[in-house]
Design a protein around this ligand. Sequence first.
Ligand code: HEC
Length: 297
Amino acid sequence: MAVSKVWGWSVMGLTAVMGAAVVLGGKSVLESTVVAHTVSESRTVADMAETVGRWASQYGGLHARTVGAGAGFPGSFLTRSVYAGADNDGALLQGSRAGERAAEQEAMARMEAYHWKNPALIQREVADALLAGGSRAQYRMTAHSVLNPNNAPNAFEKDALQQIQAKFAARGEQTGAAPASQGLEYWRVEGGQLLYARAVMGQKSCMTCHDTPDKAPGFLRTNQQFNGGGGFGYEVGKPVGLISVKLPLPQPTEVLKQSLPQQAWGWLLAAAAAGVGLVLLGAMGLFKALRGPSAQG
Ligand code: HEC
């Protein structure tokens, strides 16, 4: 009888331990899978942001063209160049063909303006468009100190700048063909969101604007939007800023619901049924063992 009792308790206990282990282990595997998946999604968003910058760099930035005085405002820009719209308009606009008021008005309406947007500005406008469009993934560009005060780093980004700086110092010179920012990343989960940051590296081309305030072009210093008091002191080959990505972390249960095929649910159900069966078996053994002596006696 004693053996039976031990057997009953053992089967129930082992089954309970197995059940708990499967549930807890599964939960933690699922949670870390969800984070790993979202980190990889964030890397893709950072890749996209980098690509936007690289693409715009091929052309030294881009110009937004507007025609006429009544054209919509083309957002932020670094410089604006204004041109006469047609060959004869130049003379009209200079007033050298006086007495042609109507023609002058028309020439004004044909005036073309080109607004220069540099790569970092274009990257920021794409980020703004993502935000305005309610996209799940958001990104922004930031640094220790910034040209545009709206780009100032938040608490996570300040930590990330520090961590990445430390990683860079520990790593030393990068050799081989890997991109210089490779491995210079940092992420954490906060408030149900994955916050991810990747280093932006200083290059020679950045120094025109990001070296020292007195070497910076006049249009940067005089532009209200870009004289946030910082954004200088970049060094070539070193991390100078961040692409910071924010993505909501999906609920593990949602991921399960969406990604498990029906077949898998079947197998899980079978495993659960077997577990219940084992517990019942144990309980029956125990019941018999407990009742045994009195039935006999
Ligand atoms: C022609 C001038 C110019 C050059 C060259 C330039 N930038 Fe900038 N950068 C700007 C301006 C203007 C902004 C602000 C854009 C905005 O409104 O968000 C900016 C913003 C940034 C920011 C966001 C933080 C801040 O200061 O507002 C980072 C990071 C950045 N640039 C990195 C770079 C890197 C890296 C390079 C070289 C690959 C580079 N920039 C080249 C003008 C420049």
